[in-house]
Design a protein around this ligand. Structure first.
Ligand SMILES: C[S@@+](CC[C@H](N)C(=O)[O-])C[C@H]1O[C@@H](n2cnc3c(N)ncnc32)[C@H](O)[C@@H]1O
Length: 230
């Protein structure tokens, strides 16, 4: 290698850049401040709020249908306490609060939490938003429903899943529900998610519900535990 190239490699740390091209092993921990990175969080918020895109959050009409479906499926009543994990800018939290639920939103993006708090204030909704890592959640026995929406369970490592599920179990009241959505190999094979991307399709007999190749799982804390697949 000539000296000039050697200097360039040293100057730009090309070895590290080349190493970044390698595909990491599944669940290799990523950049811890990813969600707070100024550029990423700004782009994420823009995508969350774009009504014509299903990136970061689903479109408003889909969120309306999902909230209506969830409320009916778990029998939510006004005053019930709901915990929205990874709430982003509060698109679900807002709708649930408008239905009379007592809502707490938790997110690790400062920018999204700031936006959500301002939006709740403008709308006159008493939603509690917390800038917090849900893997560190310590709430106990205080929610009737916990949500984790947009497939956010899927990228977690097995250890993180165990931690999060333990946190949710502790946070729920007896009989409380945990609703989350996952992508499955069966659905991807059936609907070809890699080729059709985010194209909406109604995937069940539930009227008005559009679900993006994801299955909604409902788990109920004791006394009975059941799984309903949409
Ligand atoms: C794909 S977005 C979905 C947002 C929202 N659930 C929705 O569907 O509109 C994922 C959100 O989870 C948040 N998040 C990711 N990891 C988190 C963690 N460990 N603790 C709290 N929030 C987290 C991100 O900041 C981001 O707002």
């Amino acid at each position: 290698m000539n000296k000039e190239i050697g200097n360039l490699i040293e100057k730009f740390d090309l070895a590290s850049l080349i190493a970044l091209q390698n595909k990491p092993a599944p669940f290799t921990p990523g950049e811890p401040l990813f969600w707070n990175d100024p550029h990423i969080s700004a782009q994420m918020l823009k995508a969350h709020l774009d009504p014509n895109s299903d990136l970061a959050s689903r479109r408003p009409e889909t969120i309306d249908a999902m909230v209506a479906w969830i409320a009916a499926e778990v029998g939510l009543a006004p005053g019930d306490a709901v915990l929205d994990l990874g709430c982003g800018p509060g698109l679900y939290a807002t709708r649930l609060a408008q239905r009379g639920m007592t809502v707490t939103g938790v997110d690790y993006s400062r920018r999204s939490i700031d936006y959500a708090q301002a939006a709740a204030q403008t709308a006159g909704l008493a939603i509690t938003y917390r800038y917090e890592n849900y893997l560190e959640l310590t709430d106990e026995n205080c929610y009737d429903l916990a949500l984790l929406i947009y497939g956010d369970y899927c990228p977690l490592s097995p250890e993180q899943r165990t931690r999060l599920l333990a946190n949710i179990r502790r946070a729920l009241r007896p009989g409380g529900y945990f609703v989350f959505d996952v992508s499955t190999r069966t659905l991807r094979e059936k609907y070809g998610v890699k080729t059709t991307g985010m194209q909406p399709k109604a995937v069940s007999g539930v009227p008005g519900l559009i679900w993006y190749w994801k299955w909604a799982l409902i788990i109920r804390k004791k006394p009975s535990i059941s799984t309903n697949i949409l």
